[in-house]
Each structure stands twice: as C-alpha cells, then as structure tokens.
Write a protein that binds this ligand. Structure first.
Ligand SMILES: NC(=O)c1ccc[n+]([C@@H]2O[C@H](COP(=O)([O-])OP(=O)(O)OC[C@H]3O[C@@H](n4cnc5c(N)ncnc54)[C@H](OP(=O)(O)O)[C@@H]3O)[C@@H](O)[C@H]2O)c1
Length: 336
C-alpha cells in the first residue's frame, strides 16, 4: 500500500506558560516540513489527538512527577493514526498505531515507541479513551489500590469523564454499589442512565455532603479521587473502617490552588489507606489491562462517550473546555 505524504504539516507548540487559567495565547499554530525518516522510524498521520488534564501540569514550570513541556516545542499528546511511511520492520504503510506524537497532524516516532492497533476490533478513537491511557488509570487504581469486593460502596469523582466513567462501570461489574460525583444534572443523568452507576451527586447543586450521605447509606469502602478538595472531603466523611483511596488526580487544583485535606483526622480514625499513582509507572500491567478493557468494550459491557472537536486549530479551545468541565466523556480532537 502507498499513501500520500504531504511536504508540510501543522502542529501546535507551547508559546507561553499559563499564569492562572490556560488561554489561547499559550499556544501557537505552525506549519513545518515533514522530516525524513531515520532507520527504525515511522511516519504517522494522526487521525485523533487526545486532550488530557495532565497536559496542564506539563505546561507549567512547577516541579511535578514529569518534567515540564519545553517552550516552542510540539505540545505533548497521545495520538492514534495511520502509518504513511516506515523504516521499522514491525510497521508497514497502512498499519494503525497509537503513540505520543503530540498536537500535530503528523509525527515521527521510533517504531518501538508505538503500539499497533486492531481497527477491526474497536473504533480507532477508543484506543485513546476506555481502551487507552485513561482506561488503564481506571483499571489500575480500582484493581490494584481499591481492590473492591462485591457489596462494597465505591465513590468516583469526575464520574462522567474519561477515567471516572470507566472506574464506575468496572466497579459495577465487580458487584459494588457505585456513586459518582459530577458537575451538573446532564452529566449526572448520563452517569446513571447510560453508564449504570447507582447514583450520581451533582456537586454544583450545593449540598454535596448531604446528597452523598443519602446516596451511601452503608458508608464508603473505596474512593477513586480525580478532583480533590470538596469531593474528597465529602467522601472521606462517609468512609467505613479500612476504606481504600486511589488518588488518581487533583484537577480541582490545576490552576495552582492548594488542595488541603481538611478532615485528615479521619485517615487515622478510620484506618484508611491512601495511595497516589501514576499509570505510566506500571507499564508491565498495560498489556493485561488494555486487553481486558478492549474486550469489555467490544462485548458492549463497557460504554464510552466522546466529545470531539474538529481540526487541529480547535485543540486549544477544546483543552480549555476540558479544564472547565465542558466535556462529556473522553475529549478528543479529530484531525482527519
Ligand atoms: N494518575 C494517573 O496516572 C492519571 C491518568 C489519567 C488521568 N488522571 C487524572 O484523572 C482525572 C480525570 O482525568 P480524565 O482524563 O478522565 O478527565 P475528564 O474527567 O474526562 O475531564 C476532566 C473533568 O474534570 C472535571 N473538572 C475540571 N476542572 C475541574 C475543577 N476545577 N474542579 C472540579 N472538577 C473539575 C470536569 O468534570 P465535572 O464537570 O464533573 O466537574 C471535567 O469534565 C484528572 O485529575 C487527571 O489528571 C490521572
């Protein structure tokens, strides 16, 4: 198979670090030449770009678990696309692959850094969501930190999002009572009616603690925390003895706000276990987790929803929307 290779492609670079909320001026759209391939490299035309909260951390100069994104370099980002040229024995033109090619229409990667995708099994975009990194974060935090037993109650924040939606459905499959927390009545309706959670609390309705107490009559045994702050505090207040907390994200503090745990005494009183995790530190488990997740999606047991922006130029606005809760499910940018 041969596929057309253009001379140039577009990319978005980090133009300036945010001071507070992300703004369009933090980004710059550029046209660059398609590079020649070295031995072992693959040229991929990206079909979808994933927008993820972690990118906000990389835009900042502050120290985190990963180094900052360099200014004037292509914004970091997970991608799926089709191979248009290859000098790697494992990839032929026409193959589909997931990679970290960034906010760009095309990209070059070492073939060893790509993951070949089966587009007959699942739609390409799902490998960026439920059967990709967010799905793995859900799978790891639930199965390796919360370790839920049938009949236990699990609370999930950012419940309608890419990670939260998978956590709740996996916990339901384990026989748990699952209560989500999400922003707004539409998101909560989706979480209960489409994703099958037992209940969902709209934290914007202003009575998070009382609503969560009513939805967790037997207390809480597992907390999958994506937000921090008020949602974590409300869930902590409902814990049973020996509850487990998987600290996946603190998106509530992404603009530099501190995220103290006000009722930390409860960690001692209820003998709680709290563990933060970074899913990319557990690559040995990815083949097993991704295979299970892909099978569940293919079998219709794991539902997913996507919010899709169109065209690379739409990425900055879509990313700002993600950080303001405008997405439902996985936020993507469709490039082709
Ligand atoms: N540890 C890891 O390895 C790992 C891997 C992947 C993701 N994560 C973390 O998991 C969390 C969810 O990620 P995701 O990809 O699934 O994103 P997502 O939930 O699809 O989208 C982000 C959601 O977070 C909520 N949100 C945004 N800003 C908020 C704020 N200031 N306060 C409260 N809620 C806010 C919004 O939902 P509402 O409208 O419902 O508030 C928004 O829709 C993030 O914290 C992310 O950093 C961690």
């Amino acid at each position: 198979m041969t596929l057309e290779i253009p001379a140039n492609y577009q990319r978005i670079v980090l133009a300036a670090r945010p001071r507070g909320p992300v703004v369009e001026e933090n980004f710059r759209l550029e046209t660059v030449a398609v590079p020649a391939l070295a031995e072992g490299e693959v040229l991929v035309r990206n079909h979808y770009l994933s927008l993820d909260p972690y990118m906000r951390g990389r835009m900042s100069a502050a120290k985190s678990y990963a180094s900052s994104q360099a200014l004037d370099h292509t914004m970091i980002g997970n991608t799926v696309g089709q191979v248009v040229a290859s000098r790697h024995a494992g990839y032929a033109v026409g193959d589909y692959a997931a990679g970290l090619l960034g906010w760009a229409e095309m990209g070059v990667a070492d073939g060893a850094a790509l993951r070949k995708l089966d587009v007959a099994a699942l739609p390409l975009s799902v490998y960026l969501g439920a059967a990709g990194m967010p799905g793995m974060a859900a799978w790891y935090g639930l199965n390796h930190i919360i370790l839920p037993k049938a009949g236990e109650t699990v609370v999930v924040s950012a419940a309608s999002g890419a990670v939260g939606s998978v956590v709740g459905q996996l916990a339901k499959l384990r026989g748990c009572r699952v209560v989500g927390i999400a922003g707004g009545p539409e998101k909560c309706a989706h979480v209960v009616d489409v994703l099958g959670f037992d209940a969902c609390i709209d934290y914007k309705a202003g009575q998070l603690e009382a609503d969560l107490a009513a939805a967790t009559p037997d207390g809480v045994d597992g907390i999958f925390e994506n937000v921090g702050g008020a949602t974590l505090e409300a869930a902590l207040a409902r814990t049973n003895a020996f509850a487990r907390i998987a600290l996946c994200g603190l998106i509530g503090g992404f603009n530099g706000q501190e995220m103290p745990i006000k009722n930390s005494r409860i960690l001692l009183i209820n003998r709680l276990s709290l563990r933060g995790f970074i899913v990319t530190e557990h690559m040995d488990l990815w083949p097993q987790g991704l295979q299970e997740l892909a099978q569940l999606v293919a079998d219709g047991k794991l539902k997913y929803h996507e919010s899709v922006a169109t065209g690379l130029a739409a990425a900055p606005r879509a990313f700002m929307g993600l950080l303001q809760g405008q997405n439902l499910g996985k936020q993507l940018v469709k490039l082709i």
